[in-house]
Design a protein around this ligand. Sequence first.
Ligand SMILES: NC(=O)c1ccc[n+]([C@@H]2O[C@H](COP(=O)([O-])OP(=O)(O)OC[C@H]3O[C@@H](n4cnc5c(N)ncnc54)[C@H](OP(=O)(O)O)[C@@H]3O)[C@@H](O)[C@H]2O)c1
Length: 294
Amino acid sequence: MTTILITGCTVGGLGFEAATQILQADSDATLLLTVRSEAAQRNVIDTLHAQNVSYPSRVTVKLLDLSSLASVRSFCDELDKSNIQTILCNAGTIKNTYRLTEDGHEWQFQVNYLAHFLLIYTLLPTLLHRLNPKIVLVSSDMHLNFMNTDPSYLHHITPVSSYNGMTVYGHTKYLENALAQYLVAHLPIYITINTVTPGLVPSTAMADKSSCFDRVLARHVLPFFGIAVSKEIGAKRLVEVAVAESAAGVTGKYWSRGKFGLPRQEALDQGVQEKLWKLSCDLVGVDASPSFLE
Ligand SMILES: NC(=O)c1ccc[n+]([C@@H]2O[C@H](COP(=O)([O-])OP(=O)(O)OC[C@H]3O[C@@H](n4cnc5c(N)ncnc54)[C@H](OP(=O)(O)O)[C@@H]3O)[C@@H](O)[C@H]2O)c1
């Protein structure tokens, strides 16, 4: 039995939609979904029941709050890691104001990037024992925008810096790409690591979290130009990278609009990757030279 772990599976979002598509397409698939509140957990279970998914034999739903590194650690401690073959790091958020997590990190930096880093780092030793293990990080074309590309930029950002939620969001999605590239360079070739963007999907709650201007742009302007896609198409793109045969063996790519390419140039820079790896290990208090790295 192999299990796909998907973070951020609130009903209505891309993670839950991707889970539904995987369950429909593969009758052998077993999933471990995470949400961050008991109400969201109940809603996922009830919705799966309504879809006649056999719960909990095929799907389990656990609590994981990425704004708390303690939550990531206890989630990993309590987990039966032995069957996890794929990690789909889907959870993500946009904040329009500067805020720190309980661990003292900029909110988006931790939720979108650092907590997933810790999750991956902790699960890697067992993941590497699986057949065809995979890591997929859900990124965004926002990572291509102009920004400060120093990997430690968000760690040092302060309330007095001019805070632009979308720029910070894009930066976290850039860090995911640099991390993916570092892992590809330092892990055995049989594990595949890719990033993917679902495209612009205005129908999820992500648009509600954006600024008023960005919300109007996403929901009412860009769809008019044919730029937006449905939740079903956005989730299908995640599923294609995470489970489809066509993605088997492909690694180190950034999947956009159903095709694989590369992330922005700076994410391919070894100096950037090394700096990010050391910073991340330091911030979550783990060994920067673990035995699973080559
Ligand atoms: N929608 C788009 O246009 C778009 C475009 C490019 C990339 N993406 C990426 O696609 C992924 C899914 O986004 P979506 O559109 O489906 O948005 P969404 O509906 O808001 O889903 C995001 C998920 O992340 C969870 N999450 C947020 N903060 C969390 C935390 N502190 N701890 C644990 N989970 C947390 C949310 O939980 P709650 O429901 O409890 O907040 C939700 O389950 C994200 O990584 C996003 O950046 C989306």
